[in-house]
Design a protein around this ligand. Structure first.
Ligand SMILES: [Fe+2]
Length: 421
């Protein structure tokens, strides 16, 4: 849609643009893109210079911009009782004025900061189905005179549409918050069963995400992977504490009981409703002990039968388990961990996922371990260490001669010299 900036459109041209805009909006599935199309359309149809869609943050009593012409990528936050938009949000009434600077409600701070000059304003509340204000649609500087009542009516049409879009976005965000807090609470419940492995679920989540990122997973897939990884040991809730925290060797029966946690993870997650976009979570979490050669448990699945996410979680799980202390053993030396994972690559563990782990930077591991010892190492050495990949680090650690990186890592990692299993 490309129109003149000076002359108003004829009714016929406006109708044509409205129809075009409606079909463009219905063909879009991203909320931000829909709102961008609406603001671009309103700008053209009303022959104005700028539009901004603000959303009301009730907790902070602020309006924040969702889409704003002239300020792409920048979020504006305004106190809800300040300025014309704030007035519209708090009174729920539309404001249509000829000269902003002649109106006592106008807040000129923003113009002063950006050098923009606001003149004519049409600002309308966006209300949900219950009539509650959820945001504000603001249109600035008509290119041909002042905003008319007809402009107000046209804006009402689109701000109603924008409100419906925003309301569904708010609802989705709230649902998402509930879902994420539910996942986090479950992971805390797993950790509470076994304080010695506290944080294991979150660490496996971090490593899985980084492995997935190296393998080209997009944002949506990484999110699913992270949740599945956080939940992988959920079934430990059903494992006897005496067995879970037993120091020393387990009997065969106890070992089988511990192994049952994978099945239990599947059984618990099967009973939880997951939206279609999250349906990969239960199998990805429950099959993290399957080996690609079919020697794993509980189903003895082979490579192509195991979900790709479960194969990633398996690698992350082994890496974190071996680098952490357990009731029955000290953590392995880091180089031994990497050697063991490499020797299992292509047998128990998926080689592509192992290679992706080996490409992770040391910085990811140090951040995940979060030992709080960063200050003990000079920044320059620490930065050099962080920039190494795990594969490069393990090669350095294997060197016979003294290597400064070896010394730095061993002093940082604390378990660097322990080889007991
Ligand atoms: Fe497990």
């Amino acid at each position: 849609m490309n129109t003149s900036k000076t002359a108003d459109l004829s009714s016929r041209e406006k109708l044509k643009l409205i129809l075009e805009l409606s079909s463009e909006i219905s063909a879009t599935d991203s909320i931000r893109t829909m709102l961008k199309k609406i603001t671009d359309g309103v700008k053209n149809i009303l022959n104005a210079d700028r539009c901004t869609v603000f959303l009301l943050d009730e907790g902070k009593k602020e309006l924040y911009s969702w889409v704003a012409h002239g300020l792409e990528g920048v979020e504006i936050r305004l106190p809800v009782f300040k300025g014309l938009a704030g007035d519209v949000a708090s009174t729920g009434s539309t404001v249509r004025i000829e000269d902003a600077y002649m109106d006592s409600r106008f807040n000129a701070e923003f113009d002063a900061k950006t050098g923009y000059r606001t003149k004519t304003v049409l600002c309308m509340p966006m209300k949900n189905q219950k009539g509650k204000v959820i945001g504000v649609f603001q249109v600035l500087n008509k290119n041909s005179g002042v905003f008319s009542y007809e402009d107000e009516e046209l804006l009402a049409l689109f701000s109603g549409q924008a409100a419906a879009i925003l309301e569904s976005a708010i609802l989705y965000r709230e649902l998402k918050k509930t879902f994420v807090s539910f996942i986090r609470t479950l992971s805390e419940a797993i950790d509470a069963r076994d304080p010695e492995t506290a944080g294991h679920s979150i660490r496996v989540g971090n490593y899985s995400v980084e492995i997935g990122r190296n393998l080209g997973y997009d944002r949506e897939r990484l999110e699913i992977l992270e949740y599945a990884a956080i939940l992988h040991d959920l079934g430990k809730i059903g494992v006897k504490e005496s067995v879970l925290t037993k120091p020393g060797k387990l009997t065969e029966e106890e070992y089988r009981h511990i192994q049952s946690h994978a099945e239990k993870t599947g059984a618990i997650l099967e009973n939880i409703y997951f939206q279609p976009e999250y349906r990969e979570i239960p199998p990805a979490a429950a099959l993290h002990h399957e080996n690609i050669d079919g020697s794993g448990y509980p189903l003895k699945k082979k490579k192509s039968e195991i979900p790709h996410m479960a194969r990633i979680i398996a690698v992350a799980d082994v890496f974190d388990s071996l680098t952490y202390e357990r009731y029955y053993r000290r953590p392995m030396a880091f180089k031994t961990v990497i050697d063991k994972i490499k020797s299992d690559s292509g047998k128990k563990l998926d080689s592509e996922c192992v290679n992706s782990l080996l490409k992770l930077k040391v910085s990811v591991v140090l951040k995940t371990l979060n030992s709080g010892r960063e200050n003990e190492i000079p920044a320059r050495d620490l930065n050099k260490l962080k920039a190494l990949t795990l594969d490069q680090l393990s090669a350095i650690l294997k060197e016979k001669k003294e290597n400064p990186m070896k010394k730095i890592f061993n002093s940082y990692y604390a378990h660097g010299g322990t080889d007991e299993v």
